[in-house]
Design a protein around this ligand. Structure first.
Ligand SMILES: Nc1ncnc2c1ncn2[C@@H]1O[C@H](COP(=O)(O)OP(=O)(O)O)[C@@H](O)[C@H]1O
Ligand SMILES: [Mg+2]
Length: 324
């Protein structure tokens, strides 16, 4: 069960043999638009497909879908809105084969829906169908912002990637996105663990208790409810933010990745790990203009190796825990 805009949604438990039994959903978020979420999602998806995994890239930037462009594909004839509006019931029918072997794309061409205007039933139906897709990896390309639907898609994953650039506004948005995701995950479990009242009491004394960051909330909770508080901490352990710094231009930019990791861990109490940086490279827009994926068009670029390393660190990581 998850809570969206104050209401609970249900999504069915995953079926045997489906994607969730292997638990390999990668979500790419970050709060800000234009930081490279779609570029990174598409290229990680291509790499995993090249490694021989069956991959589905899901463009969840509803209303502004553009992953097809990054992949060098044309507009799709059928998409997520057909599924959400009940015109198509099987998600497999909108998972379209791409030019890349092993890679299918779920996107939308109509642009008549938006993350902000799909209802709870539609979200839960989509989540259940995504969980039950037959694939080795699902890569979720998320929209900008911290809308509850976007955050809930982010929390579906086992691999949580947060993309940002060295600009202050992008760093701020990344922190905000991580904090919102963290608090939403707390909310998701508060009822299940019987912590609603305790958390409500703590939040009503927010100022006196000086609750500013996730870390403050957790330590206040552990004082009040040591056992159940500890159970919540265990649940939260599956939420590790893997941060990716994109569009670095000078060597010193890389320090930003380490400082965001350190501030998130020490100051906010958010578990973040800096997993890699990607250079700013003109090859990105050149490949887009040629409508060819960067990894296909520029296999000798430094960016190629950098994306390869990030993809490998995801594929070889053992964090395949179910989160629901
Ligand atoms: N490493 C990079 N070097 C150069 N340009 C980049 C890089 N990453 C992304 N871009 C460009 O930045 C723009 C925004 O990228 P996009 O993936 O659409 O962002 P988002 O999905 O976060 O809104 C695109 O024009 C893309 O080509
Ligand atoms: Mg995008």
């Amino acid at each position: 069960m998850s809570k969206i805009n104050g209401s609970f949604i249900n999504y069915s438990t995953p079926q045997r043999g489906s994607l969730s039994s292997q638990s390999k959903i990668i979500a790419v978020g970050g709060g800000k638009g234009g930081v490279g979420k779609s570029f990174i999602s598409s290229n990680i998806a291509i790499f995993l497909a090249n490694m021989g995994y069956k991959v589905v890239l899901v463009d969840l930037d509803l209303g502004a879908a553009n992953a097809h462009t990054t992949l060098g594909e044309g507009l799709l004839k059928v998409g997520i809105s057909d599924f959400l509006n009940g015109r198509i019931n099987n998600l497999d029918e909108i998972a379209i084969a791409t030019y890349q072997q092993n890679l299918r794309l779920i996107s939308d061409s109509h642009a008549d829906i938006d993350v902000a205007n799909i209802n709870l039933d539609q979200v839960s139906r989509l989540m259940s169908a995504l969980y039950n897709l037959q694939a080795d990896y699902l890569v979720l390309d998320l929209s900008a912002g911290t809308h509850s639907t976007t955050v809930d898609f982010f929390l579906m994953a086992q691999h949580h990637l947060v993309v940002f650039t060295p600009e202050p506004s992008s760093i701020e948005n990344a922190y905000r996105f991580m904090k919102t995701s963290f608090f939403r995950k707390v909310k998701r479990y508060e009822r299940q663990l019987g912590l609603e009242q305790a958390l409500q009491d703590i939040m009503s004394q927010k100022d006196e208790l000086q609750i500013r960051q996730p870390a403050d909330l957790i330590s206040a909770l552990l004082k009040r409810e040591p056992d159940r508080g500890q159970m919540l901490v265990q649940k939260l352990n599956s939420l590790q933010f893997n941060i990716i710094l994109n569009q670095t231009r000078i060597h010193k930019d890389i320090d930003v990745g380490y400082s965001v990791q350190s501030v998130a861990n020490k100051f906010f109490g958010i578990p973040a790990r800096f997993i890699g940086h990607l250079d700013y490279d003109n090859a990105v827009w050149q490949s887009l203009r040629k409508r060819k994926p960067l990894l296909v068009e520029y296999p000798h670029s430094r960016l190629y190796t950098q994306i390869l390393n990030i993809s490998k660190s995801i594929a070889y990581s053992n964090r395949y825990k179910a989160v629901i």
